[in-house]
Design a protein around this ligand. Structure first.
Ligand code: 5GP
Ligand code: ZN
Length: 113
């Protein structure tokens, strides 16, 4: 997708602070962090939303595996963290390239929205 902001980050056309990368996934610090640790984890293949991903192929598992790596790198595996995938308008999705937020580094609010 030529005009997708996260595809541009994957292609190196927009800079990011990389946290983790493998053949399928890229993770980078969120530009507007909501917590001391706020990482965005994306598949390298463009998928618009959670509803568009084929849950029976590997993408979701690769995102979870990357989240485990990121939690270790950011030292929040033991203290804890939250993962969030926003989907479409009511879910608050702004960037239409599937992504998982990983938030931690402080006690997060109990509310889910
Ligand atoms: P959404 O609301 O779509 O779930 O979250 C999109 C996230 O991407 C937001 O938290 C926003 O701060 C982050 N974001 C948007 N554009 C950029 C960017 O160019 N660089 C980085 N690092 N994060 C971005
Ligand atoms: Zn994209």
């Amino acid at each position: 997708m030529t005009d997708c902001i996260f595809c541009k980050i994957i292609r190196g056309e927009i800079p990011c602070t990389k946290v983790y990368e493998d053949d399928a996934v890229l993770a980078f610090d969120d530009i507007h962090p909501m917590a001391p640790v706020h990482v965005v984890i994306i598949p390298k293949t463009h998928v618009a939303t959670l509803m568009d991903v084929d849950a029976k192929e590997g993408t979701i598992g690769r995102l979870i595996a990357a989240a485990q790596e990121v939690a270790g790198i950011k030292n929040v595996a033991a203290s804890g963290f939250r993962t969030v995938v926003n989907c479409n308008a009511d879910g608050g999705q702004v960037v239409f390239h599937l992504h998982m937020h990983l938030l931690g580094g402080r006690k997060l609010e109990d509310q889910m929205g």
